[in-house]
Design a protein around this ligand. Structure first.
Ligand SMILES: [Cu+2]
Length: 117
């Protein structure tokens, strides 16, 4: 009896330490890296309706052309310093296409949001 109780306590400690107790927590958003070098690669991101994602822009070039990234429909504008990774949280979206582009409107990409199912 005593031995069994101790085993359960140890198991509970291990499980709580691993995060098994947080069943209600939201999973972390999917993270997608976009290389910025003369354009965006990939330049099309497919997500499901209602799925938040994190886009990580990794800029591998200098110069002013891609120094900023703009999501006109989402009211997001961020500086992209060279040789750095910049994470931008994209909220859950309704089905449709959402463009992003450089601050000078020379290169662009698209988030394509499809209906869930
Ligand atoms: Cu540009």
């Amino acid at each position: 009896m005593h031995k069994k109780g101790k085993t359960l306590t140890v198991a509970a400690l291990i499980f709580s330490g691993l995060g098994f107790g947080k069943a209600s927590a939201e999973p972390a958003p999917r993270q997608i890296t976009i290389i910025v070098d003369g354009g965006y690669s990939p330049n099309r991101i497919d997500v499901k309706e209602g799925e938040p994602v994190t886009l990580v822009f990794e800029r591998r070039e200098h110069g002013p052309s891609t120094a900023e990234v703009v999501f006109p429909g989402l009211d997001i504008r961020r500086a992209l310093p060279p040789k750095q990774r910049v994470a931008i949280a994209i909220p859950a979206l309704k089905a449709g296409e959402y463009e992003w582009k450089c601050g000078m409107n020379m290169v662009s990409g698209t988030i394509a949001v499809s209906r869930g199912g």
